[in-house]
Each structure stands twice: as structure tokens, then as C-alpha cells.
Design a binder for this molecule. Structure first.
Ligand SMILES: [Zn+2]
Length: 686
């Protein structure tokens, strides 16, 4: 009993001491430290955490011209859980200058997308300054509604849409990716181009602002005088190798054409200009109508967002001949004085491969053969290379040739610093074993020596192979970014500083090939590319396109190609230009390439070449069948969709649709061929 009494008195004593201590500590926190928001809660106030987005990194050209900076824009964000029954939708819609039905639709759409448990919904993006001004005055009236500031991109120099790409709010699928582990809903990310590759350095670091709100949601001011706030850290700037003036000029010449143009500094691998036709106003990739613009361009018959410079695979045609020559020289199957008695065609494989020249001696040695672009010569020396007696077997000879091509950066993506690069196609002996059931020889593929047949290259690969010839045997991975935040040795740029040596071909081989390419411009098929005072080495190409459809050979218009580098002795620029369906290389691609070289090396276009420039800028070279076949393909897709949805009992209707599909078959086959030959299907923007 005594023990119990004693225990009880100890307990009571502890109780009476402990409780006041707890109360004192609580009061201290509430009144002195004010932690946990109790003080404010007690006064009907609330602490509001506002995410402060930093400006994305500014992008400069090689001469520090601002190519891309930011505009401050606002998104209207709603927290559904905070919306009360007395929410004045009508007034908010009046401020937004939209009908209530539009507001309700936007709300419903977002809610359906993210579910009722979502913390916040972005209802309207990139709102106009007038709307924002109206809203800012009255935003406190609406509990659960806020304006979130972030930066929207601004193409300061009105060029480079294909290079930069665009940014967008991160979506659900992207949020699940490991790459975006530290992102949250409402954040913006780079979707394509440099914006995507350099996302981690461009984005910067968000800050947080703690604000006090009263019961009416009015912002009372910073919480604790902003001492808990963290400042946003702006994204790092990028300097590109791109020359803004050259870039703009190049884009202007690709207007209303399908094709692309790439210019690289061979000494660094830095990309000086990079455009895909049809070129478009980059402002379409920013602002409140961005989504609509992108979707429109995606479904346009000419697919402006399809980056032809790195995604389109073309037969390189005669622009490939310098590479055929280098391999033959390195293999020792020809010398520079080797000639071929071409009389207008190559007959050694039992069928005629035509040559545009028939005059005696037009292929009397390597330089003449390059200058006159003799088909017979290059089919022949390609065969000599893969039939070289030292290999004893054409299969081994072809594998050796395949290895050369890989060293030249062909048959696989080169490794440019923007996403979705295609690798082109370089066939190997496995391909021919499958195609010809193991029975084949060099005659089955002789036209590859002149850049036809199975060989497919991207314009980037063509430009890079010009860098290799300009440098006499090495290249740096083509890339856009020169420095990150002023640091040219940034770890992200390390892969681009590595020199890739190609197949150890001797300098003399490059010397003779370059000499032949100089003759092309001085006296051969590429005279249009002459620039006074500059030794330009170039090569024309006209890639043929034929297709069997239901037994009929259909010939489509040729691609016009041109590759070049200049000046010959200390090359500073290497160029590849392809204009689809436009005819001879010297007609369109040659002039465009030479104007690019002139602009870069002389920083201007000579008065007497202004007429040529205007001609290139004003020409509209998109054949009508591109639109026709595109609409047929879309119609076919629509009908397929209807067929899928048709009830099983309406067989008559199904049959009618099947007939309709059949009618389009031939045309669509042509279109599919065009798509396959000229381009890979673009990946849908995500
Ligand atoms: Zn010939």
C-alpha cells in the first residue's frame, strides 16, 4: 500500500512538472520561433510555397549573337482541392476573356487526364500580357487559382528552329523516365534538338518562395522576410559554332524546297549551318499556339518538322565517287594515273550502265574521271576494290569495303549532339547472301561505286565525309555546342574533342581526290560553284529514283546533290546540300552550297552573285505529287480506321471500303516508296 501511495505521488509530481514544460515549449515555438505555421494558422493565415522557375540558358552563335533567349510568360494553374462551392467562375472567365464553357472544358480535359487526386492542373499556358495584367490585380479573389511564371523561348534571330527544337510541359510518360526523376508536373523540358540534348544544363535550378496569405487568399508578403526562400539558379548559356548570318541565309534558300543543307568546320567538327527544307518560321515553336502549330506541321504533307539533314536517307549519287576513289587508291588497285576507256557506258557486267559522257579520254585519269563524273570509271574501280586478288574472295573484299565505310562514319549514326539521327545504309555480305541466296559477285552491286543501289547516306554523313577529305583522313564528331556556361572543356563536350582517324589512308590519296574535286569546279560538272579568289573542291550528284509498281517502272524526279569544301589548302568549311526532286546537282544544290561557302568565307555575297541568291531563295520546288500522295495516304488511313470500326454485319459496307482501298493501292505504293527512299517516318513529337 505504501509503495502504491509513493508511486502515485511521484507520478503526480512528474505530471505537474511535465505538462507546464510542454506548454511552455509549445508557446515558445508559436510565439518566438513561429515554426510550423501555427502562429499564422492561429491568425487565419496560410503559408504558400511558390516554385520560382529560373530562366533557361541563353544560346549564342559563334560571334556571340543571341540566337535564343527567354520571354517571361504565365500559366494559369488551379488546385482542384481548394476550389470551393462559391467559386466565381463567371468573373474568372470574364478576366480570361473566354466563355465559361471553354473554361469548363479545359478543366474537365485536365481532370480526365490526371485524375481527381491531382495536386494542380495547368489550365492555360503562355497567356497574353493583357490577360495576365487583368488577372494579377484580381487573382486573390480566387482561392486555388494561381499564375505561375516561367520562361518561354524566344528565337531572337528568327532562325534555327531545326537546331534548337522546342520545350514543352513534361507529360505523364516522361515523368516516369529515369532521366526526369527530379522533375514534377508543371516543369518544362526540351523535347527536341539542342533543347533536349542539353536539357540538364539549360534548365537551371528552381527556387522556392514562402509567402503569407490571409483568409481571402490575398498575398500578405514574404514569410519570415524571405529568409527561408531559395533563389532560382539560371540555366547555363550555350555558345554554338553556328554562324547566325550563314544560318539565316541557308534557311532562306531552303524555303519551299524539300531537302537540307549542312556546313561543318572540318578543323573542329563544329556545325556552321544546319537547315532542313521546307524551312519554317521558328516562332511557330513558341508562344500560346505552339501545340497547334507543331501538330499542323507534323501532319503537313511536306513534314517541316522531319529533320531531313539527319533523318532522311538518300542514295548519294555521284557525290559518293570521291570515297570510291579513296578506297581504290588505298587498296592499291588503281594509281592516280589510272584511266578507263569509257565510250558512254559500262558494259563489263553484261548490261549497260550509262555514262553522261562519251567523248574519248573523259576518264583518262582519276582527276578527269572525277571532274567529268564518269560512271563507268567508278563502277569499275569499285569492282576492282572488292575483287582485289589479295582477298581471294569478293565476300571478304566487300567486308573490307564495309569496314572502310564504317570508318568514314557511314552505315551508323555519326553522333551529332541532337536526338533522332539516322545511320543511313551500307550493305554487307550478309545482306547479299540473303538477297541472292549466297550466289553473288561484284557485278550485282557495281552501281554502288557511283553512289546508287543500296548505299544510303544522310546529308550530315555527306558533309562529314567532306570534312574527312578536307582534313586528309580524320574528323571530329559533328556538333553544335562550343562551350557550356563559357567552359569549352565541359565534360559533356568531351566526346567532340576526340580526333577520329579514318582507315590510315595516305595523304597522297586525299591529295589526288581533292585535286579531282577542284577540277570539278574549275572545269567539270560543278562550274556553277566557282567563287573568285577561293579554290573550291566540290562534287555534283544527281541521284536517280525508280520504282517498280505492279510491274511498271515509275521514274520520279532526281535529287540534286552537291558536296564541297574550301579553301582547298586550309579548309574552313565543308558542305553537303540535297534538294529533293529537283534535277541535276549543278542546278540547285551546287549554287546553294557555293553561296553558303561564299557567305562564310567572305561574310557577304558579291553583287554579281545576288541574282543567283534571289533565284535560289525564290524557287518553289515541291512537286505536286507530294501533296497528292499525302492526301491519298491520309484517306487510306481514314478508311482503314472506318473498316476497323465497321460493325461485322454490315458486310456490304465493308466490301465497298475494301474496294476503295484497292483503288488507292498503286498510288499509295508510290507514296510508300517515296517515304522509304527519301525519308524515315518521323517520330511523333512527344
Ligand atoms: Zn564515262
Amino acid at each position: 500500500m505504501a509503495d502504491f501511495t509513493q508511486n502515485r505521488s511521484v507520478f503526480i509530481r512528474i505530471f505537474f512538472i511535465a505538462i507546464p514544460v510542454i506548454i511552455i515549449i509549445r508557446l515558445l515555438f508559436l510565439q518566438v520561433f513561429g515554426a510550423g505555421g501555427f502562429k499564422e494558422a492561429a491568425q487565419g493565415q496560410a503559408i504558400y510555397q511558390k516554385k520560382i522557375y529560373p530562366p533557361r540558358g541563353v544560346i549564342y552563335d559563334r560571334k556571340n549573337q543571341v540566337l535564343m533567349n527567354n520571354n517571361i510568360v504565365y500559366d494559369l494553374v488551379v488546385e482542384p482541392r481548394k476550389i470551393k462551392s462559391d467559386f466565381d467562375t463567371l468573373f474568372l472567365c470574364k478576366l480570361l476573356n473566354i466563355p465559361t464553357i471553354e473554361f469548363a472544358a479545359a478543366f474537365k480535359k485536365q481532370l480526365n487526364k490526371y485524375g481527381p487526386g491531382v495536386k494542380n492542373l495547368t489550365l492555360f499556358k503562355n497567356m497574353s500580357p493583357t490577360t495576365v495584367a487583368r488577372l494579377q490585380e484580381n487573382i486573390y479573389e480566387f482561392q486555388g487559382v494561381d499564375l505561375i511564371e516561367h520562361s518561354e523561348r524566344n528565337f531572337n534571330y528568327q532562325c534555327g528552329g531545326t537546331i534548337m527544337g522546342y520545350i514543352n510541359e513534361i507529360n505523364e510518360a516522361q515523368l516516369k523516365k529515369e532521366r526526369y526523376a527530379d522533375y514534377e508536373k508543371g516543369d518544362y523540358i526540351g523535347i527536341t534538338g539542342i533543347e533536349n540534348t542539353y536539357e540538364d544544363v539549360l534548365r537551371g535550378q528552381a527556387g522556392v518562395q514562402f509567402l503569407l496569405r490571409d483568409v481571402k487568399q490575398r498575398i500578405q508578403g514574404p514569410y519570415k522576410n524571405g529568409t527561408l526562400d531559395s533563389m532560382p539558379v539560371p540555366g547555363k548559356s550555350l555558345q554554338l559554332y553556328v554562324d547566325a548570318k550563314l544560318q539565316k541565309l541557308t534557311e532562306s534558300m531552303l524555303a519551299n524546297k524539300l531537302g537540307s543543307a549542312v556546313a561543318i568546320d572540318p578543323q573542329t567538327g563544329g556545325i556552321l549551318a544546319f537547315a532542313s527544307g521546307p524551312s519554317f518560321d521558328p516562332a511557330l515553336l513558341t508562344g500560346p499556339n505552339k501545340g497547334r502549330n507543331i501538330s499542323k506541321m507534323f501532319f503537313d504533307a511536306t513534314i517541316p518538322l522531319f529533320n531531313r539533314a539527319i533523318q532522311a536517307n538518300y542514295p548519294p549519287g555521284s557525290t559518293f565517287k570521291p570515297i570510291t576513289a579513296l578506297v581504290a587508291l588505298d587498296e592499291g588497285v588503281i594509281t592516280p594515273s589510272f584511266g578507263y576507256p569509257c565510250g558512254g557506258g559500262y558494259y563489263a557486267c553484261g548490261r549497260k550502265i550509262g555514262c553522261t559522257h562519251s567523248g574519248g579520254g573523259h576518264a583518262r585519269d582519276l582527276a578527269w574521271a572525277i571532274a567529268n563524273s564518269c560512271n563507268s570509271y567508278f563502277c569499275h574501280i569499285f569492282r576492282l576494290s572488292i575483287d582485289a586478288p589479295k582477298y581471294g574472295n569478293t565476300h571478304i573484299g566487300l567486308e573490307k569495303w564495309h569496314h572502310y565505310m564504317n570508318e568514314f562514319g557511314l552505315g551508323h549514326p555519326v553522333g551529332i549532339d541532337i536526338p533522332n539521327e539516322s545511320g543511313g545504309n551500307i550493305p554487307d555480305s550478309n545482306y547479299y547472301n540473303k538477297t541472292y541466296n549466297h550466289v553473288w559477285n561484284s557485278c550485282n552491286m557495281s552501281i554502288m561505286g557511283m553512289g546508287q543501289g543500296e548505299v544510303l547516306l544522310t546529308p550530315l554523313q555527306m558533309a562529314n565525309s567532306m570534312c574527312i577529305i578536307a582534313n586528309k583522313g580524320f574528323y571530329y564528331l559533328p556538333h553544335f555546342v562550343k562551350s557550356i556556361g563559357g567552359d569549352s572543356l565541359h565534360t559533356k563536350l568531351k566526346p567532340y574533342h576526340e580526333r577520329h582517324v579514318v582507315a590510315k589512308i595516305p595523304d597522297s590519296a586525299y591529295f589526288y581526290v581533292a585535286y579531282g574535286m577542284q577540277r570539278v569546279v574549275e572545269a567539270g560538272t560543278g562550274k556553277i560553284a566557282q567563287i573568285p579568289g577561293i579554290d573550291v573542291c566540290g562534287k555534283t550528284g544527281t541521284a536517280q529514283n525508280e520504282r517498280f509498281i505492279n510491274g511498271k517502272k515509275i521514274k520520279l524526279q532526281n535529287h540534286s546533290m552537291f558536296v564541297a569544301f574550301a579553301p582547298r589548302d586550309t579548309p574552313r568549311i565543308a558542305v553537303a546540300v540535297c534538294i529533293e526532286n529537283s534535277g541535276y546537282g549543278a542546278t540547285w544544290a551546287g549554287p546553294i552550297a557555293s553561296l553558303m561557302i561564299e557567305q562564310y568565307l567572305k561574310d557577304t555575297i558579291a553583287p554579281k552573285r545576288q541574282g543567283l541568291l534571289k533565284k535560289m531563295q525564290n524557287a518553289k520546288i515541291i512537286p505536286n505529287y507530294i501533296y497528292l500522295l499525302d492526301s491519298l495516304e491520309k484517306q487510306k488511313a481514314r478508311e482503314r480506321e472506318m473498316l476497323k470500326r465497321a460493325p461485322t454485319d454490315s458486310m456490304k459496307r465493308v466490301q465497298a471500303l475494301k474496294d476503295s482501298l484497292q483503288r488507292h493501292q498503286d498510288s499509295v505504293a508510290v507514296l510508300n516508296y517515296i517515304r522509304r527512299t527519301y525519308m524515315r517516318k518521323p517520330t511523333k513529337p512527344n
